[in-house]
Every structure is written in C-alpha cells, then in structure tokens.
Design a protein around this ligand. Structure first.
Ligand code: SF4
Length: 311
C-alpha cells in the first residue's frame, strides 16, 4: 500500500464535527461515488480517504440528530411554556421529512465550508444520491443543492468582505445561564468589532432574524467567548426555499449590550422556570409546534374532539 492508499480515519473526530455517529460517517463515505477527497488534519497534514477501503462490511445506520434539553431551536416554545422541555423529553419523537431534508442540506454546506470537497462540485458529489436520514430515504435534487450553495456563497462572501474568522457548526455554551443550554451555530464570523451569526433555514415558512431567539442564544454563547461589550452583532437568516415573505437573506443588527441584557432579564428567568421541579404548562399558539402535544393533558383539554396531534 503506497502513501496515496493509506487511510487515516478518526471517525470520532469527524462524528463530533459533523454531529453524526461514527457509523454514519462511514456510511456517507460508503454511499458516495468517487472522486472525493476529505481533508481533516492528519499525520501528513492531508488525509486521503479511499472509498473502496471503507466500503467493506458497513451496515447503513443513517444520520442521527441530537439535541440539548434546552435546545436553542426550540427556544420560542420553552420560553412560552416552561413544561415543554421535560415533557418533550418523554416522547419518542420522530422528525418529519422537512427536518430530515434540512439535516442533509446542512451536511452539504458543512462539507463545502470546511473544505471537505476538493475539486468536486456539490452536483458531482450529491445529485441523484439516495441518503437515509432518520427513517427517510431522501433523493438529493437540484433544489436542495441550490439551497446549500446560496447559503455557502453568502457565508464565504461575508467572511471575505469582513476579513473575519469563519467558524462552522461551532458549539456554543451558555453555562453562565445553565449547563443545559447549548447548541451548534451554523456559521459564526468573528472580527475584532463585529460578529455575524448566520443561520440556514431550509423550510418554506419564512423566519425573521429580528429578535430570533435561537440566533440570539447562539450570539450570546459566542459573545462570551469571542466578543466584548462593544461588539456589534449581525444576525442573518438565509432561507432560500421560503415561498413567501420577501428576500431569502435577511439581517438584523444589534449590540452585545442588548443581547446580554436580554439574556439576564428574559432568557435566564425562562431557563430557570423550565428547570423547576414542577414547571408550569402554558397553552398557546406555540403548542402547534410542540413535540409533546400528544401526551400533554393541557393541550388535550383545549383540543377535545381532535386527535392527539391536533391535526
Ligand atoms: S402542548 Fe403546549 S402546553 Fe403542552 S407542553 Fe407543549 S407547549 Fe406546553
């Protein structure tokens, strides 16, 4: 075996970076046709993965999606209903097809932004492939690839214009508020005076960056590590597939001072309420998106005569 055939696979490292389990990393490699080169750091600074070597005996396990108890993506719900996180944790919830498609698109963007694809386009690598995500077999189409490319183009252009440091899928913790509050920011751009928090939304229901709780939580976590009280914070939602609601890329600019005040005046009391022994149930419009509504007595009281999913 010559050098070019040598494979160094640190699946743990890759799994952590890709938010998948190690077997899914093998699967991803197994399913992709060559040529494809992936370059995490290795003994020679460049590691070449030979797909044929990886093919042997790997059973398809699909992707895994893991979430914190107080997931930033669910913040709009748990800041309104403190009981939601603990009740939702009791439900063996299966994500829907749109969320599974979103996971796959995020994987594509991560490949590009981390430089994992060398001399291979997204189309070459992904178009027409069938991927198992959760329980869904998803055939990658051009719309999904276009969505990934619009986001990647924006992120790369913004990082270049600001001459900032780009962090992709960066884990952010808000341990000053709670150890249970953490998440993964799609993209952060760090400069001495400005920080950009960029979130890719793959759904069609339009999402605004203004006072977007998920992105604000990412920003606060990132500020505690990379910012200071004078940092300007730019929150951007990139949503190429939104079918209405204006432009696909929307930005809201705020300050570190505003976000820190929000964290201590609003976010921390909301988190504390969720972590109480007997958290309060609060019914409202947010219940429509709650994963726990099938086992929630309060929801059932308000929706007598409907099925448990409120459909
Ligand atoms: S269904 Fe509504 S009231 Fe029940 S836990 Fe979920 S958000 Fe709270």
């Amino acid at each position: 075996m010559n050098n070019e055939d040598t494979i160094f696979i640190d699946t743990k490292q890759l799994a952590e970076r890709w938010r998948m389990d190690a077997r899914s990393i093998h699967n991803l490699r197994l399913k992709n046709k060559g040529p494809s080169y992936i370059q995490p750091s290795g003994p020679n600074g460049k590691v070449l993965y030979d797909l044929n070597e990886i093919k042997s005996g790997k059973k398809d396990q699909g992707y895994q999606m893991k979430h914190a108890l107080l997931s930033p993506s669910s913040a709009d719900k748990w800041t309104k209903c403190p009981a939601m996180p603990t009740l939702a944790a009791k439900v063996d919830y299966q994500v829907g097809l749109p969320a599974a498609v979103g996971t796959l698109i995020h994987s594509m963007t991560e490949q590009l932004l981390k430089g994992f694809l060398v001399d291979v386009t997204l189309e070459d690598y992904w178009l027409g492939k069938t991927e198992l995500v959760e329980d869904f077999e998803i055939i990658v189409d051009q719309d999904m690839i276009d969505c990934a490319k619009i986001y990647v183009d924006y992120v790369q252009d913004r990082a270049k214009r600001l001459n900032g440091k780009l962090l992709v899928e960066q884990k952010v913790r808000l341990q000053e508020i709670s150890e249970d509050l953490y998440g993964y920011a799609d993209a952060l751009i760090i400069t001495p005076h400005k920080m950009c928090v960029i979130d890719l939304k793959t759904g069609k229901y339009p999402v605004s960056p203004e006072h977007n709780k998920q992105a604000m939580i990412y920003a606060i976590g990132a500020l505690s590590r990379y910012g200071n009280e004078d940092t300007e914070v730019e929150i951007t939602i990139v949503q190429p597939r939104a079918t209405w609601g204006g432009k696909p890329i929307k930005t809201w600019t705020t300050s570190a001072e505003f976000l820190v005040n929000w964290a201590y005046d609003f976010l921390k009391p909301s988190v504390d309420a969720c972590l109480e022994e007997n958290p309060v149930y609060v019914y409202g419009d947010h219940c429509r998106w709650c994963n726990a509504r099938s086992i929630c007595d309060l929801y059932k009281q308000y929706n007598k005569g409907e099925d448990n999913d409120g459909k």
